[in-house]
Design a protein around this ligand. Structure first.
Ligand code: KG4
Ligand code: ZN
Length: 417
């Protein structure tokens, strides 16, 4: 079975094709583990466009997704060897009729997407794709609309089911992919002993999630204000670094370590002794603002390196303290780290040491899939299908036009709405 995955929740237009192997009686259930093979996975980043605004500009993100989704799909199918000349292929006779229908249903809200779709002759033949997984939320709603509209058009065109996926569930399951997943070979998904504690660290989320089974999530800790990635990005901006600042700030901190530069100030470790599992990062950003001001507004490179190191240490200590508290409270049998901030080396080293101390397995995403990507969404969609078929429920199918974006979607809420 081959699934297409679509991710447009923020500023990455991402698509992937994943093959899942099973036996003929139960096409998805695989004895001894869930096996998958990445056919192609592509990401088109808009980061450069948004950097002028210092953050993601939603209507620009929507327009760019609309312009790029169908051309990226064409590239994906070419790389997968799945484009066949319409005359030789299983041509889709209803293409023109559907285009007329979408002119009314889709085009008014998604003019760029409709425009590229209506001229995409490669869509006149059906590739061997059995279903489409698409990010429903959380994310920027205008950006999510594009992926959802695209998935619904393709689902109707190819007559295949559309599976809505929670972006954060994608970050969890993406961390269970073996590290050499991108080389096109069959891979068995890691199995995290349950209950697992998932620690989600991204530009929009800082969440401790107790996972009792796939699809059974309880958020036990979260941020009261800024997400950790947001704190990295805002602090980086105060230090004059380009957007998205997280990786740049981490590089500056690494230079401070290499050059033995000491932090110029001590920053707070927010809510470290609050007794609960929640976080707050906006005060940390404000402390950086004051420190920059007190240093005269334009501190030199050495000062900035030292401050980046202090910031990274403050975040690392805070996250690690709450992580330990959550492990103590839940008795979780494994730890899964997910989200873009998990690319941070200082954090990876700390989590590795903590998991070793607690003697539990640790699953972190490979660096190439730590940020937003479609592979994790496709995998989550495949696991949802697998779970539903093993529970004997008929495949959930979304009626075209009924799937809505859900910008503030939370883990643990009904995946279908
Ligand atoms: O998961 P993600 O790609 O997108 C969201 O769903 O938000 O996370 C993006 C966040 C950004 O805030 C980015 O600055 C941060 O991850 N990030 C990092 C690093 N790499 C990416 N933060 C700290 N250190 C890094 N190496
Ligand atoms: Zn993300």
């Amino acid at each position: 079975m081959i699934l297409l995955g679509i991710e447009t929740s923020c500023d990455e237009t991402a698509l992937s094709l994943l093959e899942i192997r099973g036996n003929s009686a139960d096409p998805l259930a695989v004895k001894g583990g869930f096996e998958c093979r990445v056919i192609v996975s592509l990401i088109h980043s808009q980061a450069e466009l948004h950097s002028a605004y210092g953050g993601v500009y939603p209507s620009l993100a929507k327009r760019e997704h609309g312009k790029n989704l169908i051309p990226l799909l064409h590239k994906l199918l070419i790389e997968a060897g799945m484009t066949i000349h319409p005359e030789k292929a299983d041509a889709i006779p209803a293409f023109d009729e559907l285009v007329e229908k979408f002119r009314t249903d889709i085009a008014p809200q998604n003019p760029e997407l409709f425009e590229t779709f209506s001229h995409a002759d490669f869509l006149r033949s059906k590739p061997p794709i059995d279903g489409i997984a698409v990010t429903q939320g959380p994310g920027l709603e205008p950006a999510l609309w594009v992926g959802i509209a695209g998935a619904q058009m393709l689902g109707e065109l190819w007559n295949v089911p559309v599976i809505p996926v929670n972006h954060m569930e994608g970050h969890i399951v993406g961390s269970l992919l073996p590290s050499d997943v991108s080389n096109g070979t069959w891979q068995v998904l890691h199995e995290a002993p349950l209950p697992a504690l998932a620690f989600l660290l991204s530009g929009g989320h800082t969440e401790l999630v107790l996972m009792r089974a796939l699809g059974e999530y309880e958020i036990i800790g979260q941020t009261k204000d800024d997400a950790v990635g947001e704190a990295f990005d805002k602090t980086a901006r105060l230090l004059g670094l380009p957007y998205p600042g997280g990786p740049h700030l981490a590089m500056l901190a690494q230079k401070a370590k290499d050059e033995g530069i000491a932090p110029p100030v001590r920053l707070p470790r927010p809510m470290i002794s609050s007794g609960d599992l929640d976080f707050s990062f906006s005060g940390l950003k404000t402390a950086v603002l004051y420190a920059v001001r007190d240093a005269g507004g334009t501190p030199d490179e050495t000062w900035r390196k030292g401050l980046a190191l202090e910031f990274e240490q403050a975040v690392t200590e805070t996250l690690d303290a709450k992580l330990r508290k959550a492990l103590d409270q839940t008795g979780a049998r494994s730890l899964v780290i997910g989200g873009g901030v998990s690319a941070n080396d200082a954090l990876r080293n700390t989590f590795t040491a903590t998991a070793a101390e607690y003697d539990i397995p640790l699953f972190m995403p490979s660096r190439h899939i730590s940020g937003d990507n479609a592979l994790m969404i496709t995998l989550a969609g495949a696991l949802i299908l697998d779970r539903d078929s093993s529970q004997g429920s008929t495949q959930k199918r979304i009626t075209p036009g009924s799937l809505r974006a859900h910008g503030t979607k939370r883990l643990g809420s009904d995946p279908i709405s």
